[in-house]
Every structure is written in C-alpha cells, then in structure tokens.
Design a protein around this ligand. Structure first.
Ligand code: ACO
Length: 328
C-alpha cells in the first residue's frame, strides 16, 4: 500500500486570552481550583467577530503554505468540529472552501466529539490511499466556548477555541502506520447538548432551561478517558508491532492534565515524551491534537523518522488513535 503522511501543518489560535483570574471575575471559581483539577492556566476565546470557519481557514492556509501547495491543489476538505458555524447546514467545510479559495475541493464536516480530527484524518488517508484524491485538508476547528453556559462554572472554565489543519497526501517515506477508531453510543448521555436538534427542537423551554448548552457528567467522562488512553494506545501499538519505548512523541487529547497523567501512567510513557498544551489553550476539543502537533513542529522538536502516537476521546462517546512516522 502506498505511503500517506502529513505534507504540511498549521494552526491558528485567537489572540483573546482568558486566564483563570479572568474566570474568577466571571464565576464562583478560583485559579487554584482550575489549576489543580485540570492543569489549565489560560485558554483562548474567539473574538466576537470570529466563527469556526475563520479559525479553520487561517489554520488551513498555514498548512498549505507549509506544504508548498496552493488552495486549488486541494481535492477534499474535511472539518472535524463540534461547534459548526451553522447548526445543521451548510457544512462549515463548505464555508472554509470558499474562504480559502479551494475551488476544486469537495467539502464535508465530520462530527466525532473531541476525537473529530483523528476520525477526519483517518478518513482523509483512506481517500488518498484509494487513489481517489491527491491532497486532502483535514482540519480540527472549534469555537466550542460558545456551546457553554457562561454561568456554569463546571463546564465554562474547561474549554478554549482554536484550529489545527494538516494536508494529507502521498509521501516517499514514513507516514501513517496505523489507525484505531471506536464508539460507544450507550455512553452518549454523559456529554451532550440536549436541545436544539430533532430530539428536542428549539423552544422557549429549551432556551429557558439552557438545554442548548453543554451538559457533562465529569466523573464518568474522566473514567472513560483515562481507560481509553491506555486501552486504545495498547491496541494500536500491538497491531502495528511497536512498543511503548518506540514512541518518540505522545499527543493525547488535551481535556484535563489529570486525565493525561493517569492515562500515561497506566501506559508507561515518560512525561518528557508527552506533549502538553492544555495549560495554555484549555480543551479545544477537535482542535487540540493538531494544535499540539503543530506546537512541537514549529518549535523544531520533531525529527524525520520520529514516531508520534496521537490518542483522543470525546463525546459520542468516541475514542481513537493514529501512529505517524514523521516524514517531512
Ligand atoms: N470552580 C470551583 N469549584 C468547582 C468548579 C469550578 N470551576 N466546578 C466544580 N466545582 C466544585 C463542585 O461543585 C464540587 O463542589 P462540592 O464538593 O461542594 O459539591 C467540587 O468542586 C468537586 O467537584 P467534582 O465534580 O468532584 O470535581 P472533579 O474532581 O470530578 O473535577 C472535572 C471536575 C474537572 C470536570 C473532572 O471531573 C473532569 O475533568 N472530568 C472530565 C471532563 C472533561 O474532560 N471534559 C472535557 C470535555 S470531554 C472531552 O474533551 C472528551
């Protein structure tokens, strides 16, 4: 099978920074509580005039520049998002297609909770491997903070906005070595937006009861996430024939530092190989892994041949992993 990898990568974080001390002014919370329970110190919020497709388009243009490609070279755009510009249609990916001028590209959104970019990139690789498309943009983009109730300290302090994008295409060496995708819909109630969809269309009651915002059972999500980090990582390593020691960089979804530390502890990966960005960006949902990957890439930390294990978990509940040999 032909090798497929990342030809270019980019990210965009809004310039509006909200620290835990800013949160203290808005909610009954404290820097100490947020830091010790989650590892978050600050997060980015989209500016009032920014929507998800703006963040996605900016990340996409950077990824194209990094790949030395033009927007017209892109055959398909997949946007993994849980906070689309418009609730049902059109797809945010179509708006991104227009904003970046990728006039030859098909475009669709993919919704898989915080695992969205892992799902989107897995799909992107299949299109390239099948020979149907040459260059596919896989984007994780969120203005997820707008899906939170400003008065709910339990959820509002956790999230941040951002976008990361990768151009997926054929490479001569390295590339993706394996993928694993999972879902367990029986757990979907633990993390959801109950109102506004066909199950409970918008009404005065939905708005009054704030059912158009995120509800979460934090303890159940926590347990699921810790379990999935080690379970999914072990499966992908076993199937691809690699060992934990072969991993140069481990990039978990950035939901909570305690989840990461507990998951990584079970797995036996040393913390100096684990990429942490939650302190600066909070939980940016489907954007968190590509943003984190781009952070170490921009800092020149990744070398050609490095094995990068990326693992995520999220609403659905979903989980998934990709093992990548860096080929740039
Ligand atoms: N500030 C201060 N106090 C708070 C806050 C806050 N922001 N939020 C909750 N508390 C209080 C609670 O009311 C509770 O008070 P009580 O004991 O008087 O009732 C106390 O803190 C402890 O609450 P717990 O729910 O026991 O706190 P816990 O240690 O479980 O931490 C948290 C909560 C951080 C949400 C944790 O459960 C968690 O991270 N769960 C995973 C959820 C997650 O990662 N979600 C992200 C989205 S999902 C995804 O990305 C996959």
């Amino acid at each position: 099978m032909s090798k497929v990898g990342i030809l270019g990568i980019g990210s965009y974080l809004p310039d509006r920074i909200l620290t835990n001390f800013d949160m203290e002014k808005m909610l009954d919370t404290s820097d100490e509580w947020i830091r010790t329970r989650t590892g978050i110190r600050e997060r980015r919020f989209a500016n009032d005039n920014e929507v998800t497709s703006d963040l996605a388009a900016k990340a996409a243009l950077k990824a194209l520049e990094d790949a030395n490609l033009k927007p017209e070279d892109i055959d398909l755009i997949i946007v993994g998002t849980n906070s689309p510009d418009k609730l049902f249609y059109p797809a945010t990916a179509c708006i991104v297609q227009d904003k970046i001028g990728a006039r030859n590209a098909a475009a669709f959104d993919l919704q898989a909770g915080c695992t969205g970019w892992i799902y989107a990139t897995t799909v992107a690789v299949q299109f390239v491997q099948s020979g149907m498309y040459k260059n596919v943009l896989s984007i994780g983009a969120e203005v997820i903070t707008r899906m939170m109730d400003k008065e709910d300290r339990y959820t509002y302090v956790l999230f941040g906005d951002g976008a990361g994008a990768a151009v997926v295409g054929k490479t001569d060496n390295g590339g993706f070595l394996g993928f694993e995708l999972f879902a367990d819909g029986s757990l979907s109630k633990y993390l959801e937006i109950p109102g506004g969809g066909t199950a409970l269309p918008f009404s005065k009651e939905v708005l009054d009861k704030k059912l158009h915002y995120t509800t979460m059972n934090g303890k159940e999500v926590f347990k699921f996430s810790v379990r999935e980090i080690s379970r999914v990582s072990n499966i992908i390593l076993e199937k691809t024939g690699f060992k934990v020691d072969d991993v140069d960089w481990f990039i978990p979804h950035q939901a909570n530092l305690r989840i990461i530390e507990a998951g990584v502890g079970r797995l036996g990966i040393p913390m100096d190989k684990v990429v942490i960005t939650i302190d600066k960006f909070g939980n940016s949902s489907a954007a968190s892994i590509p943003v984190s990957l781009n952070e170490i890439y921009q800092k020149g930390k990744i070398e050609k041949g490095d094995k990068i294990l990326m693992v995520s978990f999220g609403a659905g509940m979903t989980s998934g992993a990709m093992l990548l040999e860096w080929s740039k």
